[in-house]
Design a protein around this ligand. Structure first.
Ligand SMILES: Nc1nc2c(ncn2[C@@H]2O[C@H](COP(=O)(O)OP(=O)(O)O)[C@@H](O)[C@H]2O)c(=O)[nH]1
Ligand SMILES: [Mg+2]
Length: 418
């Protein structure tokens, strides 16, 4: 049975794109605002997008034949399927190889020597597909949790959006056959990832996603650091950070009926930690995130400064002025290291600490100190506060803002190419 894909004529695609561009933008599609130029992109599809369905498999012998057959029923006649098998002991690859002659060059398989994880499987598949004339890539599990019935709707949406996500966490979507605990862990993982990343996508962890080739190029597959289940989160977060337009469509996700899940507690916990690595690698901290980290770093520096001052000046009775200068240098160096490794980690692209940057940062801190003193003096002279420390607090705030601005602009300036 072949579905009707007449909606993919040029006329319909244009009409559809126009209608889409007039729709009010939903909150979850906010990234669209950054990429207005993408509105015209649908018109690039002068014929139905050439789709490649990528299916990673590990021990899916019980599912794969029927799954491939069903997917072919729901995809356009020019679309193709690529299975990426990691030498499944149950002989999944053999079954696919057996089916290949029946599908006239529309079914392909990549055999890999050993189990290397989902991320590598997809990256290999995309790499394979990027060298060929496909416009659109779809990720699907082989176990029927990703129902092929949704493909036509996803194909329709991909004519207007850079990414289409099959979402369990929006109205109309959900899971079937999951225990309450599994549901809670999955939802919790999604909310956690969203909060850590500050990313509005509702289903960050799901693996039923469609990408335009141009989106994969924008993400830069060579930048992906995930090797495990956080791969899906990273792909989506990177497309969000790159300003791609994103559409979530509701999907119902039934649990697999045959075969075993490869998800484990260890893999899940690993993914939770990886979210932080992804955040740092993409470097999408907002200015406010950076400022909060910078302020915390400054607070830690002040504690170090006072502690050393107390030991050297109060306990060891060294003269205050040299002690104070020493404290400034030590606390400043501590601030430099923490800011480099944490507050501005996203800007540094894993650069090493350097003497040049240290000097720049200490200079900017000195300038901040000068502003601090100047503001404090002005406030004392102009306002009749009962306590001078209020004036000093104003000075500290002003000095810190100046120091932050100088650090962001000159010490840890973000590279243009990032
Ligand atoms: N090639 C390959 N496929 C994998 C690997 N791990 C899982 N898969 C496949 O990825 C899809 C999702 O895995 P599954 O075990 O269903 O994960 P779950 O849905 O989170 O329980 C299925 O099609 C698996 O066969 C792997 O290491 N290599
Ligand atoms: Mg599954």
């Amino acid at each position: 049975m072949q579905r009707d894909f007449s909606f993919l004529t040029i006329y319909d695609i244009r009409k559809y794109a126009r209608a889409k561009s007039q729709e009010p933008r939903a909150k979850s599609q906010e990234p669209r605002a950054k990429s207005q130029e993408n509105y015209d992109a649908p018109l690039n599809f002068v014929k139905p997008p050439h789709l490649l369905v990528t299916i990673p498999t590990y021990n899916e012998a019980e599912n794969i034949e029927l799954f491939v057959k069903t997917v072919f029923e729901y995809i356009p006649s020019n679309a193709e399927i690529l299975v990426i098998d990691d030498n499944s002991p149950d002989g999944t690859a053999k079954i696919v190889e057996h089916l290949i002659p029946g599908y006239q060059k529309r079914l392909h398989i990549l055999n890999r020597p050993e189990k290397q994880g989902l991320a590598k499987a997809y990256l290999t598949a995309f790499e394979w597909g990027m060298d060929r004339p496909y416009d659109v890539f779809l990720e699907m599990d082989a176990d029927f949790s990703h129902r092929p019935e949704y493909i036509p709707e996803m194909l329709k949406e991909i004519t207007a959006f850079d990414v289409v996500i099959g979402s369990r966490n929006i109205k109309g979507g959900g899971v079937e056959g999951w225990s309450a605990i599994r549901n809670m862990i999955s939802k919790g993982g999604s909310i956690y990832s969203r909060m850590v990343l500050g990313c509005p996508i509702k289903d960050l962890t799901g693996g039923f996603n469609m990408w335009r080739k141009t989106t994969l190029e924008k993400i830069g597959l060579q930048n992906i650091i995930s090797r495990g289940y956080s791969f899906q989160v990273e792909m989506k977060y990177r497309s969000f950070a790159a300003g791609c337009s994103i559409k979530e469509i509701p999907i119902v996700f039934p649990d697999r009926k045959l075969g075993k899940s490869k998800m484990s507690k260890k893999i899940f916990l690993e993914a939770l930690v990886n979210i932080w690595k992804i955040k740092t690698a993409v470097g999408k901290d907002s200015g406010i995130d950076q400022f909060i980290k910078f302020a915390i770093t400054g607070g830690l520096g002040t504690i170090t400064n006072l502690l050393i001052f107390f030991i050297c000046a109060d306990k060891l009775l060294f003269p205050e002025i040299p002690v104070s200068i020493g404290c400034f240098l030590i606390a400043g160096t501590q601030n430099y290291i923490i800011n480099h490794k944490w507050s501005f980690a996203g800007n540094t692209a894993h650069e090493k600490l350097s003497a040049k940057k240290w000097i720049l940062f200490m200079g900017s801190s000195l300038f901040g100190l000068a502003v601090n003193i100047a503001v404090m003096m002005v406030v004392i002279a102009r306002f009749a506060f009962p306590y001078k420390f209020i004036a000093q607090a104003c000075g500290i705030a002003a000095g810190m803002i100046i120091n932050f601005a100088l650090s962001k602009l000159f010490v840890w300036r973000k590279k243009d190419h990032e």
